[in-house]
Write a protein that binds this ligand. Structure first.
Ligand code: AMP
Ligand code: MG
Length: 327
């Protein structure tokens, strides 16, 4: 079964074509165009959606060409219906709805966060992991139980990706800033104490963000290092407690921040202590991409029919722990 997946929840417009054969998935193409705000600024939803409108057709054509198929070869289309920025989500929904309606192809609105998790499982081979989802839109610890992903800890304010991006932007970097902060943090190892806030099994980053802005005058590299060490230690504490509680034998990290090597190293040492296997999504598929959405669509299509065009909604705040998993 061949699926076109369309991702447009935030900065990325991406189309990917995946083929599912039994339980195996094959990525035939994955094309992305990423909206980059001006230096020091965050994503402006209207500007990002304009970017998606302007680039959508090129990305779609390239994805089909790279996969060596035409629209009529598609068995299904899936698109990220949420959570995300309304104007951006609507671009992906309109493109998908138009194709589905004109070519009479079954359509599946899917949850973006589920896409991160399921593609991570497909690519790493993790079977029943505790999942750490850390991205621009999410900071959550999740385990699957009784047909739903249950939350075992999350951020009480901004996400880990927002923490890094907002700090980076405050000192003039272009967003997303995670990679640049990681590079600068590798150059220094002088730790400047910063507020550490784990409440129950949830984390809170806003105080850490303000405090890090105040230590920049002591050196940008030291500030980046101290920020990473503090934020990642908080995540690690919550993760280790969730592992001990759920007794999971696997930990999988997905989302854009999963590309960070220091975070993986710290989580690996926890896994060693808790005697569990560690999986990290390949860097190329850590950030938002159409492959996540296509694979999620293929999984849902294995147990249910496509939705009617009237139900091809977008939902800006669509929590993944409200979604019943049918497969
Ligand atoms: P996503 O929302 O899944 O596309 O992830 C985007 C987020 O990942 C942004 O907040 C980036 O700053 C962050 N990110 C990307 N690469 C890295 C990295 N190497 N280290 C830390 N964060 C990163
Ligand atoms: Mg994401």
């Amino acid at each position: 079964m061949i699926c076109l997946g369309v991702e447009s929840t935030a900065h990325t417009f991406s189309c990917a074509v995946l083929n599912k054969n039994g339980k195996r998935g094959e990525i035939l193409s994955d094309v992305r165009k990423i909206y980059g705000p001006p230096k020091g600024e965050g994503i402006h939803p209207r500007e990002a959606s304009r970017h998606h409108v302007e680039n959508g057709s090129t990305v779609l054509v390239e994805a089909l060409q790279k996969a060596k198929i035409s629209v009529t070869d598609l068995d299904i289309i899936s698109y990220a219906a949420g959570p995300g920025l309304g104007p951006c989500l609507r671009v992906g929904a309109v493109v998908s709805r138009a194709l589905a309606s004109y070519y009479k192809i079954p359509i599946f609105p899917v949850n973006h966060a589920l896409g991160h998790i399921e593609l991570g499982k497909m690519l790493t081979g993790a079977k029943n992991p505790l999942v750490l989802l850390v991205s621009g839109g999410h900071t959550m610890l999740l385990a699957f139980l009784g047909k739903k992903w249950r939350v075992f800890g999350e951020t009480l304010d901004i996400t880990l990706g927002q923490l890094l991006d907002q700090f980076g932007r405050s000192i003039g970097f272009a967003s997303p800033c995670g990679k640049k902060i990681e590079e600068l943090a590798e150059k220094k190892s002088n730790y400047i104490p910063l507020p550490y806030s784990v409440q129950g099994n949830d984390v809170s980053f806003s105080g850490l963000l303000s405090a890090t802005k105040n230590i920049v005058n002591e050196g940008v590299e030291d500030a980046c290092y101290s920020l990473q060490e503090t934020a990642f230690a908080m995540i690690c504490e919550a993760t280790e407690r969730a592992l001990a509680f759920t007794k999971k034998k696997e930990l999988m990290i997905v989302g854009g921040v999963a590309a960070n090597k220091r975070l993986s190293t710290m989580l690996q040492s926890i896994c060693k202590r808790q005697k569990c296997k560690f999986f990290v999504v390949p860097q190329k598929f850590a950030g938002d991409c159409g492959s996540q959405i296509a694979w999620q669509g293929l999984l849902e299509a294995s147990v249910k029919k496509g939705t009617s065009l009237e139900n091809t909604f977008v939902k800006q705040s669509w929590r993944l722990d409200t979604v019943e998993i049918p497969y």
